[in-house]
Design a protein. Structure first.
Length: 249
């Protein structure tokens, strides 16, 4: 178990990493990726769909992101106990599993986004907030660990929505503003820019492939039809969503 062994090896530093130590972590991860001729890694007990393959890691665009993401995950997993957002030892493996799942998701979003003409910048930085201490411990725990902190996960989910404009929730002001003319009401969505809409649809597609194991049937997209009414967006945004999905038929 390479990743958990690496975490244990650097645990002695108690999170006080010098530049040299961080460089050593990165070098070990890079060396592991390059030396494995048949890299097909899954944690014991990990579901079949959570798989980190050589094909994903060897991609030129994603390899550097894989290294940075896993490096951050290992460093986050062994921060000192006296820090406010500590990660318990029991949550290390769930978090690394979630990192692997998210890298896989990002790859599928990249493929879908490329087809939808989403900018490379948006695709590379898609969901990067998931690798921060505000989100990673909660996502890891909720997906692969003990789901024993619902309030923590909801705060994490709000943080994610508020920092990623490809989520439709980002565009709903909880309170309006009486200084507008006319005054803007509470909870009324504003129009999303097309760049964010295209990334949002790519996110939905990538989630379907990463979490359910299959690309959606755009002519009969069950998930979208089922959730369409609860997705609260501006009327013009709704029209653009349907138009862009129509481009995939």
């Amino acid at each position: 178990m390479f990743f958990s062994d690496l975490s244990s090896k650097y645990n002695k530093y108690n999170g006080n990493f010098s530049i040299d130590v961080k460089d050593n972590i990165r070098k070990e991860i890079e060396y592991y990726f390059k030396q494995e001729s048949d890299f097909d890694y899954r944690y014991p007990g990990c579901p079949d769909n959570i798989l980190f393959t050589k094909n994903i890691v060897s991609n030129n665009i994603l390899q550097e992101h894989c290294v940075k993401i896993i490096e951050s995950s290992i460093i986050c997993s062994i921060i000192p106990k006296n820090r406010e957002l500590k990660m318990k030892k029991s949550n290390i493996i769930p978090c690394i599993k979630y990192v692997i799942l998210t890298v896989k998701h990002k790859w599928f979003v990249f493929l879908a986004g490329f087809k939808l003409k989403v900018s490379i910048f948006r695709l590379l930085f898609h969901d990067m907030s998931k690798f921060t201490l505000k989100e990673l411990p909660h996502y890891g725990r909720n997906f692969f660990g003990e789901k024993n902190d619902p309030n923590g996960f909801i705060k994490c989910w709000i943080h994610h929505q508020n920092h990623n404009d490809h989520h439709w929730e980002y565009w709903i002001p909880r309170t309006g503003n009486s200084k507008c003319n006319p005054p803007y009401p509470d909870n009324l969505p504003i129009e999303m820019p097309e760049s964010a809409i295209r990334e949002m649809i790519a996110d939905w597609i990538g989630a379907s492939k990463a979490y359910e194991g299959k690309w959606p049937d755009f002519g009969n997209w069950y998930w979208y039809e089922k959730n369409k009414e609860r997705i609260i967006v501006h009327p013009n945004t709704r029209k653009k969503i349907d138009k862009i999905i129509g481009e995939l038929l």
